[in-house]
Ligand binder design. Sequence first.
Ligand code: 3HC
Length: 288
Amino acid sequence: MLRMSIKRVGIVGSGIMGSGIAETAAVSGFEVVLRSRTQASADATVAGMEKSLNRQVDKGKLAEADRDAALARVIPVSDLGELAGCDLVIESVVEDLAVKKHLFSELDRICPDSTILATNTSTLPVVEMAMETGRPDRVCGIHFFNPAPVMALVEVVRPLTASDATMATAVAFAEACGKTAVVVKDQAGFIVNALLFPYLNNAVRLLESGVGTSEGIDDAMKGGCGFPMGPFALLDLVGLDTSLAILDALYEEFRDPSYAAVPLLRRMVSAEQLGRKSGRGFYDYSKR
Ligand code: 3HC
């Protein structure tokens, strides 16, 4: 089985995950083409990356020269056509299958046949994106966790269509980023979110039924289970809109009641209380 060598990685989408993946890949020595819908937001993402790397330098975890080298490897762009020279493209745009399918057909048109196209989706069927392209054997999932520079795991998702060489290349890329790669079947939630989201959803149910406050439930799960964050701090970190989309996709696939989103979560998304990114979720971040 031939494994491709990856030098230049394209990242589409500059949200929390896209920028975290770009930072991880750049620090790991890959050239990164970071594509956002506007040049201003692509540039702002690189500025955010610089801040994040500066924190690592201040903590003595990264040499200044390595920070500068990592930043020099990142090219912020707004034109999708700039991804033509990439060996691997990972998309991390909104969790909307129609949007992702359209993006895959565009990437298929732009990138040479040898380029591997990957999605960072956490729940959507990878095979449906693969079938939008003329290279379904060279499409897979590469699912990072939030915050991408810190979390040790990458789920490498195998749709029915992927070749062994594509999977081996994706695993090698994740490992070159310093991550543990676990290969998973292409079904909603893969491993982590299929187990994590019923727990997060049930935490909202407990809050709704008045068993405890968000602070109380978070303290209980940190102190009682040794989790680094309680469920409400984690929901706010992941984003309530993303969390709701994940639960809806899980429910759609399995029709299992443990995946049916609790009404409070849906109402908070309607109220644009999305967590850290909107300044308010289960906690208030506006004054932090
Ligand atoms: N970028 C780079 N480094 C970061 C970072 C970031 N965004 N955020 C935190 N760090 C680093 C810090 O520099 C620090 O490193 P050090 O200890 O070597 O100095 C380390 O991570 C710990 O950070 P802090 O001391 O600031 O804070 P905490 O100790 O509270 O850790 C946390 C923060 C790493 C986020 C930790 O609370 C944690 O692991 N939480 C659980 C996160 C989790 O479960 N993520 C998975 C979510 S599910 C998902 O992503 C799937 C998706 O499909 C939805």
